[in-house]
Ligand binder design. Structure first.
Ligand code: ADP
Ligand code: MG
Length: 217
């Protein structure tokens, strides 16, 4: 599905990622675990094209995403979506959530399928009324569910889950992971699941890689 080779990234003279190599297979949940500050979010941002690596390749559908310009990258941008550990940063505080949720569709000039949104709201056990609220008027669990719904409306092939439940309490965590797992199976999606919680990772994923001392093992 996606093949990462020989990836290096430094910030200043600090090497964060050193010769990272891995392949994400189709329909697989691949987990990347590592301590806080080990470079997990940096790696996700590189895959998303938000920051450039110093060296290396990311091959997706036969194309190296690293060397694509912004315009060419857009073609693949929809296929790879991220769920962040900090979902509120993705929502405009002055915009009603219902509008924010469909914003990416507009960016890709896609039409909203009302039925699909309704199904997702139901699947994630949300009340439709949250769409009429602003980000500060919902809970952390609700906003994270909405950020997942927003990503799923684009029908991505790959979802990067960057510690998606780290700020939620255990019961909400389990519920969201459960839904994510079901969706992954239903749609045969590929996930890169980033976490520092080995216990969750072992239940959730097919394969686990460990990011340690800037190397992926
Ligand atoms: N834009 C940046 N400039 C300088 N240092 C950064 C930048 N982004 C991240 N870092 C540093 O790189 C390291 C890895 O960060 P990050 O990828 O966020 O780790 P993780 O997600 O595993 O907690 C940290 O030491 C962090 O401070
Ligand atoms: Mg991080």
């Amino acid at each position: 599905m996606i093949k990462v080779s020989n990836l290096d990234k430094s910030f200043g003279d600090k090497k964060i990622l050193n010769d990272i190599n891995f392949t994400l297979k189709s329909g697989e949940i691949l987990s990347i675990v590592g301590d806080s500050g080990s470079g997990k979010t940096t790696l996700s941002k590189i895959i998303l094209g938000l920051i450039k690596p110093d060296r290396g390749q990311i091959i997706y559908e036969g194309v190296d995403l690293v060397n694509l310009g912004k315009k060419d990258f857009k073609k693949y941008r929809k296929d790879i979506q991220i769920i962040s550990q900090n979902p509120s940063s993705f929502f405009d505080p002055s915009m009603k959530l219902g509008r924010s949720v469909i914003e990416p569709l507009k960016n890709f000039k896609l039409k909203l399928d009302d039925e699909k949104l309704k199904d997702l709201i139901e699947e994630f056990k949300l009340d439709e009324k949250v769409l009429a609220r602003y980000p500060h008027q919902v809970s952390g669990g609700e906003i994270q569910r909405l950020s997942i719904i927003r990503a799923l409306l684009l029908e991505p092939k790959i979802l990067i889950l960057d510690e998606p439940t780290s700020m939620l309490d255990i019961s909400v965590q389990a519920q969201i992971l459960d839904i994510l797992k079901r969706i992954q199976v239903d749609k045969n999606m590929s996930y890169i699941f980033i976490s520092h919680d080995m216990e969750v990772v072992e239940i959730f994923s097919d394969r686990v890689l460990n990011l340690k001392n800037s190397k992926l093992i």
